[in-house]
Each structure stands twice: as structure tokens, then as C-alpha cells.
Ligand binder design. Structure first.
Ligand code: GLA
Length: 402
């Protein structure tokens, strides 16, 4: 009897060990990932130049820190099974690249896959999880995105737990980013396993629409936004819903980029830029580095925003912030510019999840227009604005002293 209790206790202790490195992502991670813009065309010159640009462009100062190489950095495994980078594309090796990125005060992320192969057919980590995690730790990796292609008969929870344990065992704190596209509802089980999990398939450079690739589809910004329905209760500090890396600067209009970025801020989404930082124009940079918008995203409470109203292509979102402040976002999804009136006094917003409420008949709030960067009156008067097509009005609300 006693012996079986002891065995049970040991088993429990072993299973508890399977925990992520806690506390690495108290607010949504911010950085850059190579995939959306560069696909498989990655090499060390691009990554170094991106780190340079991140430091020089104001991105680093705005809070971006992870430089993540997505798929296709891989070369072969050696006779002992150790993975090596592609020797043509990364001749100096990953340790040297990590040192360079760290010397800029930034952090280094990499990509692998739970299956036999990555989505682009490079070696996956299946059966090599502990060995790969040790290699990444030795290279100085700080962030691992872990994909789900070629996963055949694997059970997602077990597969991601194995890599989480492997990282823990390797001993270097690494942010663990699950990328299984929401197929196995990671929001229900990944809180102890990783720091963020993709909730959807891949994003496309489309504001509203679906791109059909034959065997799979990628999704417009609005489609991805709609797929976040019901998920906000699963997110919070150190465990984030990830609606995918951003397409800001990759070809949508400035309005669309602004709306995309604003909604990612309202969602408390990880802010992973997906554009070419070396050549981005001033408009793109201004969107990605807007301090007020980022402050909404990075609010320490980490409460994902809620959709309060949706009608005739207009959505109104609210996000509780620290110190009794709120963010509000009016999103015009239509193809036409839209006049919007909003009589604050008719609204009483109650958020059951965060236990926060805002009753505009009982108190008044100062409005700050984030994109215009100026005060915009108070909630004592009804709002009356024109919102261009595929654009937003993003506000920060601060209680007026009585
Ligand atoms: C999947 C992921 C993408 C990207 C590619 C790389 O599609 O969802 O984000 O990592 O694989 O091949």
C-alpha cells in the first residue's frame, strides 16, 4: 500500500515537472518573424540586417525584441542526430548569429515542428525533442515556434508537452510558441505547456477574404478576427491567444494596416511584425511603433478585448486596462466610409470575465485618439465621427476626476 502511494507521488512529481518556464511573457511577446515576407528565402545576412533595422528603426525602443527565423533555416542532421543549419545560408552557424542578435540587446527565436518534417519539408523534431532543445539552448535560443505539419498520428497535447519538457530539461529559458493552428483547441490545455498558441490557420495579406491554395486556405485579417470568438477567457499574462504574425507593411492599404494593428492590440495578441524591417516606409514604421497603441496591447492586466457591438459592418470593441482605464476601438469593416455616432450615456458595458464595468451615465471619461495622437473631448457628449473604409477609431479612455 505504502509503496503504491510512493509510486503515485513520484509519478505526480514527474508529471508536474512538465511545466514551461514561467514568467517569460507577462505581456504579449513582441518581435519579428521571417515567414510572412520571406518564406524560405532566409539567410544570416537577412537576419543580421533585420536585427540592425530593429534596433535602428525605433522598433526595439517601442518594445520589439524577438528576431525569429521561421521555416527553412535547417540543414541536415549529423551521424549523431544533431541538427545543423543550412551551411550555405548560415555559414557562420547559429551560435554566432545568436551572439550578434544578443549584442544588439535583442533576443533570438527559431522554428521547428512536432512532426517528422516541417511544413516546408525540413527535418522536424519528432523523436529528437530533447536533443534539439539542448542544441537550441547551446546556441542561445530564446524563443521557439513549434509547428504541426507531418504530425500524422501524434496527439497534440502530448507532442507539445514533450517539447515543453525538453526545453525545461535543457535548462535555458525559452518562450514556447505553439503553432498547431487551433486544430486541437490548445487554449484548453496549453496554458501550462507554452506561452502562446496559434488560434487559426495562416494569415494572408488580405483585409477581408480567403485565399484558396488548393489543399489549404489562408485567411484575411477580418476572417482571423472572427475566429477569435469565445477565446478571450483563455488568455492572460504568460498564456496568450496568437491570431498569427502581422501583415502590416506587406501590401494592404495604410487604413487596413492601421485597423489590423489596432485589432491585434485590442486582442492582446503577440505583436510579431512580418514585413521587411530594412526597407519599411515611414507609414508602416509609424503604425508598428505607435506607443499608445502598443501600450494598449502591452497593458499589464493582459485582458483580451471584447466585442461589444457588431452591426452593418461596424464593430465596437472594449478592452479593460490597468488603473480603471479602458481602450475602445470602432472598426469599419465596410468598403465605404461610415458616419458613426455613439451616445456614451446609452451604454453600460459589463465584462463578466474581468469583472470590470463601465457605466457612462454614472461617470465621465476623457477620450484620447491614439492615431491622431490628441485629446478628443469626453464621453459627456455623443461621439460623432466619419471612419474611412477598413479603418478604425482607436481611443484610450481615462476617468475624469469628479
Ligand atoms: C505553417 C505555419 C506558418 C509557417 C509555415 C512554415 O503554415 O502556420 O506560420 O510557420 O508553416 O512552413
Amino acid at each position: 500500500m505504502r509503496k503504491s502511494i510512493l509510486i503515485l507521488a513520484l509519478c505526480l512529481a514527474a508529471s508536474v515537472q512538465a511545466q514551461k518556464f514561467a514568467g517569460l511573457a507577462p505581456t504579449p511577446p513582441m518581435g519579428w518573424n521571417s515567414w510572412n515576407k520571406f518564406g524560405c528565402d532566409v539567410d544570416e545576412a537577412l537576419i543580421r540586417a533585420t536585427a540592425d533595422a530593429m534596433a535602428a528603426s525605433g522598433m526595439k525602443a517601442a518594445g520589439y525584441q524577438y528576431v525569429v527565423i521561421d521555416d527553412c533555416w535547417h540543414g541536415q542532421r549529423d551521424s549523431l542526430g544533431f541538427i545543423h543549419p543550412d551551411p550555405q545560408r548560415f555559414p557562420s552557424g547559429m551560435k554566432a548569429l545568436a551572439d550578434y542578435i544578443h549584442s544588439k540587446g535583442l533576443k533570438f527565436g527559431i522554428y521547428s515542428d512536432a512532426g517528422w518534417k516541417t511544413c516546408a519539408g525540413r527535418p522536424g523534431s519528432r523523436g529528437r525533442e530533447f536533443q534539439d532543445a539542448q542544441t537550441y539552448a547551446a546556441w542561445g535560443i530564446d524563443y521557439l515556434k513549434y509547428d504541426w505539419c507531418h504530425s500524422d498520428d501524434l496527439a497534440a497535447k502530448g507532442a507539445y508537452k514533450t517539447m515543453s519538457e525538453a526545453i525545461h530539461h535543457a535548462g535555458r529559458p525559452i518562450v514556447f510558441s505553439l503553432c498547431e493552428w487551433g486544430s486541437n483547441k490548445p487554449w484548453e490545455w496549453a496554458r501550462e505547456v507554452g506561452h502562446l498558441w496559434r488560434t487559426t490557420g495562416d494569415i494572408a495579406v488580405v483585409f477581408d477574404g480567403i485565399v484558396d491554395h488548393g489543399t489549404w486556405k489562408s485567411w484575411g485579417v477580418m476572417q482571423i478576427l472572427d475566429m477569435q470568438e469565445g477565446l478571450r477567457v483563455y488568455a492572460g499574462p504568460d498564456h496568450w491567444n496568437d491570431p498569427d504574425m502581422m501583415e502590416v507593411g506587406n501590401g494592404m492599404t495604410v487604413s487596413e494596416d492601421r485597423a489590423h494593428f489596432s485589432m491585434w492590440c485590442m486582442l492582446a495578441a503577440p505583436l510579431m511584425a512580418g514585413n521587411d524591417l530594412r526597407t519599411m516606409n515611414a507609414e508602416t514604421r509609424a503604425i508598428l511603433t505607435n506607443a499608445q497603441a502598443i501600450a494598449i496591447n502591452q497593458d499589464p492586466l493582459g485582458i483580451q478585448g471584447l466585442k461589444y457591438f457588431a452591426q452593418d459592418s461596424l464593430e465596437i470593441w472594449f478592452k479593460p486596462l490597468q488603473q480603471e482605464e479602458w481602450a475602445a476601438c470602432f472598426l469599419n469593416r465596410s468598403r465605404l466610409s461610415k458616419p458613426v455616432t455613439f451616445n456614451w450615456d446609452e451604454h453600460h458595458i459589463v465584462d463578466e470575465f474581468s469583472k470590470r464595468e463601465i457605466d457612462f451615465t454614472r461617470a465621465s471619461w476623457k477620450l484620447f485618439d491614439v492615431w491622431a495622437n490628441r485629446e478628443m473631448g469626453t464621453t459627456k457628449k455623443p461621439l460623432g465621427v466619419q471612419i474611412p473604409s477598413h479603418d478604425v477609431l482607436l481611443l484610450r479612455l481615462t476617468a475624469l476626476k469628479k
